[in-house]
Write a new protein. Structure first.
Length: 93
């Protein structure tokens, strides 16, 4: 993430393309910081598989919701993995 911010500061590109917003970051705050940085340096953000426009108020809301969902999915997955490992340990597997 720090390298991406550094490259944005150096104007190394005009756009960032990701498959899904969760590929940019699975932390909502990090995602919003990056998107603010992109906007500050006029770097376009494109999510290939999701259709939203980060330049409009509605698009920004959608991005915030999707970033929040990505973070929740990451947290849920992490919790499920930990529970599974704990259960296997209890069973002696």
């Amino acid at each position: 993430m720090q390298r991406l911010i550094s490259d944005v500061d150096k104007a190394k590109f005009q756009a960032v393309l990701v498959w899904k917003i969760s590929r940019l970051s699975r932390n909502m705050l990090d995602t919003l910081v990056l998107l603010d940085k992109f906007e500050e340096y006029d770097v376009k953000f494109i999510s290939y598989s999701e259709n939203f426009d980060t330049s409009s108020p509605n698009g920004k809301l959608i991005v915030q919701l999707m970033a929040s969902i990505a973070e929740m999915e990451r947290n849920t997955l992490s919790e499920n993995v930990k529970l599974g490992m704990k259960q296997r340990a209890l069973e002696g597997s």
